[in-house]
Ligand binder design. Structure first.
Ligand code: CMP
Length: 292
């Protein structure tokens, strides 16, 4: 085993050590091994949708192990306890004695029993001497759970900082945080084109969104929906596209939003800096009342 070091927690309002008693251990690896593991995880159909941070932490926590030619790495029907990445050598996958495939360097295996909480779906045998990187079920599941809880806490903090949401209770904020997903856009990507239909509601968490040259940009904490943009486009005729400048968005489905945000003040009861701001908020209010 190579040198160990404790993983430091990401900064968050919640202390991750309170989330679970499991201590994650990081194992030093060469740059090549780190790249091989990362590529293997990102190439695996069942793991490539994990967040980048989760992939990096799994990579960090994998420890080295080796087996000789002919050894059984995984036995079909057993309870699964480890996910592997093959660093060197070849393995064969069989099911009920029938060969399914061979797996070579830089591939993940043993992920199904851990991800889906089922018994091992196949037997995996070493065709050569093999070197593996391994992470146990507990470490793997801790990484998944911590990331989820940290995200929830970060989203709740973010929503609490948005002026429009300040009247919402903690309970509603955390329910709202629970249904948020993060989407990233690059500079000059379009988020919505005029005439598009959809039910996505966007809150800007980072970056800026431009609607047209002669209108102010929207920035962190501003929010909009596809239908409200359509309404707004009618109200202000020169809006025709949304142009995104390095923006990252949190979006949620409006039905959940309407149920949760029912308590926001009516636009008509407020004083606004300009008719334009009022028109925008009115369009948004119309939008939410049109959602069934
Ligand atoms: P798991 O079920 O945990 O343990 C056996 C592993 O074999 C399984 O995860 C997959 O990683 C792998 N495996 C199962 N079926 C196939 C298949 N049809 N093709 C490739 N790999 C497979």
């Amino acid at each position: 085993r190579t040198k160990r070091q404790a993983i430091s927690a990401e900064p968050t309002a919640l202390d991750p050590s309170q989330l679970t008693d499991v201590t994650l251990t990081s194992y030093c690896k060469s740059k090549e091994s780190n790249e091989l593991i990362q590529r293997a995880l990102m190439d695996n159909d069942f793991m490539k949708h994990l967040e980048h941070g989760q992939i990096l932490t799994i990579m960090d926590c994998m420890h080295p192990t080796s087996l000789t030619k002919g050894c059984c790495v995984i036995q079909e029907g057993d309870d699964g306890s480890t996910v592997y990445v093959l660093e060197e050598g070849m393995v064969e996958v069989t099911k009920q004695g029938k060969k399914l495939c061979t797996i070579g360097q830089g591939k993940v295996f043993g992920e199904l029993a851990i991800l889906y909480n089922c018994t091992r779906t196949a037997t995996v045998t070493a065709l050569t001497d093999i070197k593996l990187w391994a992470i146990d079920r507990q470490g793997f599941q801790t990484i998944m759970m911590r990331t989820g809880l940290i995200k929830l806490s970060q989203y709740t903090d973010f929503l609490r900082s948005v002026p429009s949401f300040q009247s919402l209770t903690e309970d509603i904020l955390s329910k709202l945080a629970d249904v948020l997903e993060e989407t990233h856009y690059s500079d000059s990507d379009y988020i919505i084109r005029q005439g598009a239909t959809g039910d996505t509601f966007f809150i800007i968490s980072e970056g800026q969104v431009r609607k047209s040259e002669n209108l102010p940009t929207l920035s962190k904490g501003d929010w909009f929906g596809e239908q409200s943009v359509a309404h707004f486009a009618l109200l202000c005729k020169d809006i025709f596209v949304l142009l995104v400048c390095s923006a990252a968005h949190l979006h949620i489905f409006p039905r959940s939003f309407k149920q949760l945000i029912g308590g926001l003040d009516d636009v008509n009861n407020k004083q606004y800096d300009s008719d334009e701001v009022k028109a925008k908020l009115q369009a948004e209010a119309d939008y939410f009342s049109s959602v069934t």
